[in-house]
Write a protein that binds this ligand. Sequence first.
Ligand SMILES: [Zn+2]
Ligand SMILES: [Zn+2]
Length: 229
Amino acid sequence: MPNIVKNTTFPNLLDLIAPHSCRSCGRLGSPLCDNCKNYIIANNINLCPACKTATPTGKCKKCRTLPSIFIVGKRDGLLDILIHDYKYNSVRAIGPKLAKLLDAKLPSDINQAIIIPLPTATHHIRARGLDHTHLIAKHLAKLRNYKVQNLLLRNKNTVQVGADRKSRLAQANEAFIINPKIKIDQNATYILLDDVWTTGASIRAAIKKLRQAGAKNIIVALLAVSSLD
Ligand SMILES: [Zn+2]
Ligand SMILES: [Zn+2]
């Protein structure tokens, strides 16, 4: 692969004066050209985000409480740049590309699933000008003919407590509520969608909420797992 220049602060200058350029090879026209997209797809095996074991079927034999999880790749290199530019520089054109990467990773035989975007904190949406996870959900739903439901909502009554692991876990468990306006369909396949698995606390809390509410078939789709641990 060509050298990747990480752009952390400013939107790609080329995007302001010209069509998008591929974040990896620089080709004009799109923030991720087909060649580089196929490179990401071909070079990433599916792994369990919790224990990092390779999980070709999505289901980890060691982490039994977790449902099947599909991840595009580790958060490094090109994938990291795409996620960063999308999320923090609000480069909307990257959204459909990330959805395509998820489409390639998810099993092709899931019919009529309902995508549940993990709700983003309102202050992040305001600061970034877009609800990045919800937008990816919409792109993915279009590719797959799925539905998107805001079945999970942020629990507005949580208070910020300490930052140690225990407090973070306790906080995560209270982070979401089930949308009272939506009825759970026990026969539906729900795809819980989030961008990055870091500690996994939010995803685990969301899975727990959905199961408590009666959801039986849950799959998790993630763009990346943090490569730090
Ligand atoms: Zn390229
Ligand atoms: Zn595992």
